[in-house]
Design a protein around this ligand. Structure first.
Ligand SMILES: [Zn+2]
Ligand SMILES: [Zn+2]
Length: 338
C-alpha cells in the first residue's frame, strides 16, 4: 500500500508503507473513500513543527469498514463510517462531559492520507451513516471528520445563539465552515474577515452578511465599527497566530466569547490585558465525535453543503501537489481520492 509521508519542510512523498491491520481487539480497518489535506498539516509541512523522522500524514477520513477486531460491537464490515482525528472510547468522564478529543484513551489519527486506515477504539470513534452514500455526498461527509466539526466547535465554544452577532477571524476552510456553523446556529449577523475574492464569495454563500478586508488592529477596529462601537457577541478564531488571537479578543464585546480552534503557534497572552478585556475564552482540539451524529444528519438530509470548501480534487498519488497548492494559497482545501 502507498500513502503520504512527510520527510521534512515541503517534502511530501507518496510511498510504500505497511498495510494497516487489526492490532487491538477494539480496532477497525477501513477502506478510505476520500481524504484530504488539513490546514494544520501545513505547520509541519512549512517546518514550524520539526518532525524527528519521516512521518505518515493525514487525519481526515471516511470510508467502508473492511474488518473489525473481536471486541468491536457497534460497527460492522460493509458499513460506511466517519470518525474524528482524535480517537475516543466515548465512555470515560471526559467523553461523557462532551470532550471526546480529551478522551483518557485518546490517540491521534496520523495515517489517513492512504487507501486503508486502522482506527483504534472503533466503537467510540466511528459513526456509521444511514447507508452507503452517493458519490456527490462524499466531500461534504468528509468535512464532518474534522474541518466542519472544528468550525462547529468554534461557533459552539463562542456561544453562538439565535440572533447573535458573530465575527470570524480566518478565511481558511475552518473559518469558512465556522461561518456556515454560525448560520446554522441562528446568528443574525456574520462578519467574515477575508481579502481573497474566492473566499469572500464562499463566506457569503455560507451565510456571511459582512466582509472585512482590513487586518490586524485595523481589522479589529473595523469590527468594532460595524457593531456600533461595542464588539461582536461571538468571535471565532480560526488561525492560531498572535495577531489573529489578539484580533479576536479585541473584536469581542465585554462579556462576549472567543471560540479558538486555530492550533496556536507562538501565541502569548498578557494577563493584565486579558483581565480588562472581559471576554470568555474557550477552545482547543474540537470534540468532533460529539457533533458527528448531528453533522452527518445535516449533510445526509442535504441541509448544508460544506463540501464546497474543496476547490481542488486530486488522485491520492498527487498528494504533494495538494500540499503545494494549499501552502501557496492556490487552493482552499485539497481533496484526495485513493
Ligand atoms: Zn484536520
Ligand atoms: Zn473517553
Amino acid at each position: 500500500m502507498r500513502g503520504a509521508v512527510l520527510y521534512g519542510p515541503r517534502d511530501v512523498r507518496f510511498e510504500e508503507r505497511d498495510a494497516p491491520k487489526i492490532v487491538e481487539p477494539t480496532d477497525a480497518v477501513i477502506r478510505i473513500a476520500l481524504t484530504c489535506v488539513c490546514g494544520s498539516d501545513l505547520w509541519p509541512y512549512r517546518g514550524f513543527n520539526a518532525i524527528p523522522e519521516p512521518t505518515p500524514m493525514g487525519h481526515e477520513y471516511c470510508g467502508i469498514v473492511e474488518e473489525v477486531g473481536r471486541a468491536v460491537q457497534s460497527v460492522k464490515p460493509g458499513q460506511f463510517v466517519i470518525g474524528s482525528f482524535a480517537t475516543s472510547d466515548n465512555t470515560c468522564p471526559n467523553c461523557r462531559y462532551g470532550y471526546q478529543s480529551s478522551c483518557v484513551h485518546r490517540e491521534f489519527i496520523t495515517r489517513a492520507q492512504a487507501p486503508v486506515l486502522r482506527v483504534p477504539l472503533a466503537d467510540g470513534t466511528l459513526v456509521p451513516t444511514p447507508g452507503v452514500p452517493s458519490d456527490d455526498l462524499l466531500p461534504s461527509l468528509l468535512t464532518t471528520s474534522d474541518v466542519l466539526g472544528t468550525g462547529w466547535f468554534a461557533a459552539d465554544a463562542a456561544n453562538v445563539k439565535p440572533g447573535s452577532t458573530v465575527a470570524v477571524v480566518g478565511d481558511g476552510a475552518v473559518g469558512l465552515l465556522g461561518v456556515l456553523s454560525a448560520k446554522q446556529m441562528g446568528a443574525e449577523r456574520i462578519i467574515a474577515m477575508s481579502r481573497h475574492e474566492k473566499r469572500q464569495k464562499l463566506a457569503r454563500d455560507f451565510g456571511a452578511t459582512d466582509i472585512v478586508i482590513e487586518r490586524g488592529d485595523e481589522g479589529g477596529a473595523r469590527i468594532i465599527d460595524l457593531t456600533n462601537g461595542i464588539g461582536a457577541d461571538s468571535v471565532l478564531e480560526c488561525v492560531g497566530t498572535q495577531e489573529s488571537m489578539m484580533q479576536a479578543i479585541h473584536a469581542a464585546r465585554p462579556g462576549g466569547w472567543v471560540g479558538y480552534v486555530g492550533v496556536p503557534h507562538g501565541v502569548q497572552l498578557d494577563g493584565e490585558e486579558l483581565f480588562f478585556e472581559h471576554v470568555h475564552l474557550h477552545g482547543g482540539p474540537a470534540p468532533v465525535r460529539k457533533y458527528l451524529p448531528k453533522l452527518i444528519e445535516l449533510v445526509w438530509g442535504r441541509k448544508i453543503n460544506p463540501g464546497k470548501v474543496f476547490d481542488l480534487m486530486l488522485p491520492l498519488d498527487q498528494v504533494a501537489e495538494g500540499y503545494r497548492a494549499m501552502d501557496e494559497r492556490r487552493a482552499i482545501k485539497a481533496l484526495l481520492q485513493p
